[in-house]
Design a protein around this ligand. Structure first.
Ligand SMILES: *Cc1c(COP(=O)(O)O)cnc(C)c1O
Length: 617
């Protein structure tokens, strides 16, 4: 046998002609890697050796034009500083920026204690475990620090750096802000501990660190050519206020100048989700960076509305799906709000079997996910084999974690998202005897999701799923997998047959897990809300549940009943017959999920729209 070069990371011989091989040019030589993972690992360990990356690494700071602020950024499970969709979106956005060589730098909080680790008691009660991690194991400390004031105390903010490596080695840095610095008061050292923890004052302190500390950290680190500030959700709105303060006055020309630089993406379709801080508390913690009457004019007379502040100081404002834009326009009348529909990072969310299949039949898809349209020419058997592989992996994982063996031949429905009331995880159980009757021996259900520690209703949802699982017994096997994170999400969205989504309209601004499912040929059965209004082609990419809009006068209980009835009807008369009686039809649906939806609902397309609509103008 001819000897092959060895992967410098794992030591495996690499056949240069095999599929799925990755390479990088290093000091003029071509190095081969068995996988993208090893290539990234190598580039991470040798950032300065990479000829393609080196100039960017050296010039990174001077060349960055956009700062992307987000309270949470989900990079990997070892950095547990995210709670859900907002962080995953931020991570996918920056991954696509790296692939597309968009000169962005990410800014977020260090969240030393993470969000939390989830354990479930035998009775279905969620218990929170600390999710502490060691930044020094994963991130590089930077020498410069920034100064902010909290309640009149000077607080030093230090910065840690993570690198996202794009497909050809281009680096997008992510800066993590940390107040755990010797010299700060004990209280101040804990401000960047708990993601979404604490009371209003704690939250405002964090948002001061993120927004104001973020702008000052960029300056201290030499990011001198930042032209645009992109605020991913309202938590970083004080960044815009800091730009205004920097100008020294707050006249019409100053507003205009700040607005030219700011972009605001809102994710929240309800008034209650737009946090409002008491002006007295704001003055106590923040002082008066701009005169009080100016702040009140920009952010609300009675309380400081962070979303309103960002809206008033941004020239480009967008919702995260077409429908969410309409909802946001009603929430903020008179504001010019656009939409850029969310997407997910294709390579990240595609399981190994489908990656191979796409490499064979959709060449170029890794750089340009539009190429996924080509999946229509792939042989059906290959599609089915890729899916069965992902399903077998999920069923193994379920067996390992719960001791229950699901059957590979049964229709398996997945539902995983933050456990919170509006997502209505228990809608499927509303008429549990109906579910037992239609699903006995033909359905299996798998659930996952964390409830915020202070969300009693969310925790009740998890307990109810446990109770229903017990009630259904072996008739409709149902499991709840604790510890929803990126890896579990990937196993679920690729390993189930149908992805279920039942939010209360119009509360799902976009939703992204269904887009991940589509990348793995898994159709959605979903209420018409968020992205699904755009993604649903009935019977082609999946199925709707209920109408797109419900009369405002209809009570929530009645809406639940209507939606549950339609859900059962769809399952019984459309989803199950397609799955069990018509394999060609099912495979056509799987293909169209990829060709129509994965090719569009990806973060490469999304970032390109941000560049042309928001960053460049
Ligand atoms: C994708 C993802 C989410 C967001 O999913 P939605 O459908 O928007 O609710 C939340 N948590 C994790 C771990 C994810 O991977």
């Amino acid at each position: 046998m001819k000897s092959h070069p060895k992967d410098p990371i794992c030591g495996m011989p690499v056949d240069p002609t095999a599929l799925g091989i990755c390479s990088a040019r290093v000091d003029g030589r071509e190095l081969l890697f068995c996988s993208d993972y090893c290539r990234r690992e190598f580039l991470r360990q040798h950032p300065s050796e990479t000829t393609t990356a080196a100039p960017e690494v050296r010039e990174a700071r001077a060349a960055r034009k956009i700062a992307y602020f987000s309270m949470e950024i989900a990079l990997e499970d070892r950095v547990p500083t995210f709670s859900g969709g907002l962080g995953v979106l931020a991570g996918d956005t920056l991954r696509s920026c790296a692939d597309l060589r968009v000169p962005v730098v990410g800014v977020t909080l260090l969240s030393r204690k993470g969000y939390f680790g989830q354990a479930i008691d035998p009775d279905g009660a969620q218990r929170e475990k600390p999710a502490s991690w060691k930044p020094e194991d994963v991130l590089a400390p930077l020498p410069a620090t920034a100064r902010i004031d909290l309640e009149g105390r000077a607080v030093e903010v230090r910065v840690w750096r993570h690198e996202i490596l794009g497909a050809d080695g281009y680096v997008v840095p992510v800066l993590f802000l940390d107040t755990d610095v010797p010299g700060n008061t004990e209280q101040d050292r804990h401000v960047t501990d708990h993601l979404y923890g604490g009371d209003d004052a704690y939250r405002l302190s964090q948002e001061i660190v993120l927004g104001i500390g973020g702008i000052r950290a960029l300056k201290a680190l030499g990011y001198s050519s930042i032209q645009k500030i992109h605020m991913n959700e309202r938590h970083s709105s004080l960044a815009a206020l800091e730009l205004l303060r920097e100008r020294g006055s707050a006249g019409e020309a100053d507003f205009r100048a700040v607005r030219e630089r700011c972009i605001f993406t809102t994710h929240t379709p309800v008034p209650a989700g737009h946090d409002r801080f008491d002006h007295g508390m704001v003055r106590r913690l923040l002082g008066e960076p701009v005169p009080g009457d100016v702040l009140a004019m920009l952010s609300g007379k009675d309380r400081l509305n962070m979303s309103l502040l960002a809206l008033n100081l941004s020239r480009y404002v967008n919702g995260v799906a077409r429908k969410h834009r309409e909802v946001s326009e009603q929430l903020f009348p008179g504001q010019d709000i656009r939409h850029i529909t969310n997407g997910v990072h294709s390579l990240t969310w595609t399981c190994a079997g489908f990656r191979d299949l796409f490499d064979r039949h959709c060449p170029g898809w890794r750089e340009d996910p539009f190429m996924l349209r080509k999946v229509l020419v792939a042989p059906e058997e290959e599609l089915w084999r890729a899916h069965q592989g992902a399903k077998a992996a999920l069923l193994d994982l379920i067996a390992a974690r719960t001791g229950r063996r699901f059957r590979p031949d049964l229709l398996t429905i997945g539902f995983a998202r933050r456990a919170t009331a509006y997502k209505r995880a228990t809608l499927l159980f509303r008429d549990v005897e109906r579910l037992r009757q239609l699903g006995r021996g033909v359905l299996q259900l798998v659930f996952a999701g964390k409830a915020h520690p202070a969300d009693g209703d969310g925790k009740a949802v998890i307990r109810q799923i446990h109770d229903y699982a017990r009630l259904l017994g072996e008739d409709v096997p149902t499991v709840f997998l604790p510890g929803y994170d990126l890896e579990l999400a990937k196993a679920l969205v690729s390993g189930v047959d149908v992805w279920l989504n039942t939010p209360l309209r119009p509360l799902e601004a976009s939703g992204t897990s269904g887009m991940k499912a589509a990348h793995n040929g898994v159709p959605s059965l979903s209420v018409l809300d968020g992205w699904w209004v755009e993604g649903c082609v009935e019977g082609v990419t999946g199925w709707p549940i209920g109408p797109e809009t419900v009369p405002a006068a209809r009570e929530p209980g009645a809406v639940d009943a209507d939606d549950a009835a339609d859900l059962y009807r769809r399952l019984e008369h459309e989803v199950m017959p397609a799955f069990y009686q018509s394999q060609p039809r099912w495979l056509a649906i799987m293909k169209h999920c990829i060709a129509l939806n994965a090719s569009f609902f990806n973060s490469h397309r999304m970032v390109q729209q941000y560049v042309t609509n928001a960053y460049l103008p």
